[in-house]
Design a protein around this ligand. Structure first.
Ligand code: FAD
Length: 406
């Protein structure tokens, strides 16, 4: 029998975990496996807000793909996916074309700007390593500029974050820690700097338990974060952000507007003709697309409805990692010419949002609420557990977070 070609697109949480699982479960004589990713590294998307704020160096977040995959079993191709032709079972990359028998799409997320004027052009996004590095350097540049111009304007020191959901809150938490350090470094009085978090919904962290939301807002406000809740972002301009609240239009002058309020699946998915809602394919229970028996989707490009709420599960790293188990299993079954595919069953073990170095909120283990230091330790445990699963004890020791007092 011909060895099937398995192609995995994207080495995010979903893609790389699928690859790591397949390299353990399939022998070299059973399949040719190719993993395609834009960069030579996998990155921990869930740490990017720390890189963007400057509280964690981006090299901690990057993991060289060749350090975690077995290159005798998996052929890693560093290239950019341009499009997929599912009817021809081909993938077009920038530098070559690949044929597949089984495809796994794990191309992750993009920012969703909801058509807000100026957002794409003038706001920054915490989307990947490079966009996060840009935010860090841009903030530092503006702080450095402050004492080097005759009449420094407040736009240099106003940092505006669009969205007080999970990512927005985690980012302002890091900024609240970073800003005092930057003020010392650049001789700027702390009270000159504003961190402003703008949210359209009637509450921060929509969907979280109200007691956790209250704790988070109090903690962040006590460290200087200003919230504009129920404030609809109308426009981002080269001069700042405009929002409307209680029928009043307010403009915040700022050189640094960071959009953290919406994601969608990678647009390559729908541009390649897959039926998708904002880049997310409503997959079958075995994680295959509705129309193609040989195409699986993993991570943020997959849409799964929670039967209890009749709403889609939020796209998370936790889901992507769990889905990878099912996808790898099912790809292995098909590659061996077998038929029994298993359904994906999410096992949500809780959610923890960080509020800075040693503060967090979360819900774990059947609804138990965690606040402050204990939640922050739990966040590090979750992060470390992933590293262990991905690359064993060696990777955990190299990249893990062990300082529970910081
Ligand atoms: P991604 O992690 O997005 O990775 C996609 C990969 O595909 C990347 O390696 C990228 O380089 C590659 N790629 C993309 N396009 C191409 C192309 N054209 N060609 C080649 N390669 C390409 N979730 C949680 O569960 N817990 C958290 O605490 C949490 N915190 C978060 C904090 C922040 C700041 C953000 C932004 C997200 C957070 N999330 C969290 C959500 C989580 O990070 C995502 O759900 C998760 O990253 C999705 O994983 P993925 O495998 O779909 O793809």
């Amino acid at each position: 029998m011909k060895k099937p070609n398995i192609v995995i697109l994207g080495a995010g949480y979903g893609g790389i975990m699928t690859a790591v699982k397949l390299q353990k479960s399939l022998g070299v004589n059973e399949a040719n496996i190719k993993l395609v990713n834009k960069h030579s590294y996998h990155y921990q998307t869930t740490w990017l807000h720390e890189n963007a704020a400057g509280t964690l160096h981006h090299d901690r977040t990057r993991i060289q793909i060749k350090d975690v995959i077995d290159t005798s079993k998996i052929d890693f191709i560093q290239d950019t996916v341009l499009s997929i032709q599912p009817d021809e079972k081909k993938v077009t990359l920038e530098n070559t074309t690949l044929d597949y028998d089984y495809l796994v799409m794990g191309l992750g997320f993009e920012a969703e700007t909801f058509g807000i004027p100026g957002l794409k052009e003038h706001a920054f996004g915490i989307n990947n390593i490079n966009s996060s590095r840009l935010i860090r350097q841009h903030i530092e540049y503006n702080f450095a500029k402050y004492n080097n111009v005759k009449e420094p304007g407040e736009e240099l020191l106003n940092i505006v974050v669009g969205g007080a959901g999970f990512t927005g809150i985690e980012f302002v938490g890091e900024l609240a820690n970073r800003v005092p350090e930057l003020c010392k470094e650049y001789d700027i009085p702390r009270e000159k700097v504003r961190i402003i978090n703008v949210e359209a919904a009637p509450t921060a962290l929509p969907g979280f338990d109200p007691a956790l939301v209250e704790y988070a807002m109090n903690s962040l406000e006590s460290r200087g974060v200003e919230f504009k809740i129920g404030a609809m972002i109308k426009e981002v301009t080269p001069k700042g952000l405009v929002y409307e609240k209680d029928e009043e239009r307010v403009e915040i002058p700022s050189n640094t507007v960071v959009w953290a309020a919406g994601v969608r699946g990678n647009s390559i998915v729908e541009d390649s003709g897959f039926e998708a809602m904002r880049g997310r394919v409503k997959v079958r229970e075995d994680m295959r697309t509705p129309d193609y028996d040989d195409v699986f989707v993993v991570g943020d490009c997959a849409l799964i409805i929670n039967e209890e709420t009749d709403r889609p599960y939020p796209p998370t790293a936790q889901m992507a990692i769990q889905q990878a188990d099912t996808v790898a299993h099912n790809v292995k079954v098909l590659a061996r010419g077998e038929k029994e595919l298993e359904p994906f069953e999410p096992n949500i073990q809780g959610t923890v949002a960080s509020l800075g170095h040693d503060d967090a909120i979360g819900v774990v283990f059947n609804g138990k609420k965690l606040f402050g230091w204990s939640a922050s330790v739990m966040k590090k445990v979750i992060d470390n557990r992933y590293l262990l699963k991905l690359g064993g004890i060696g990777l955990l020791l190299k990249k893990g977070k062990f300082n529970i007092f910081h």
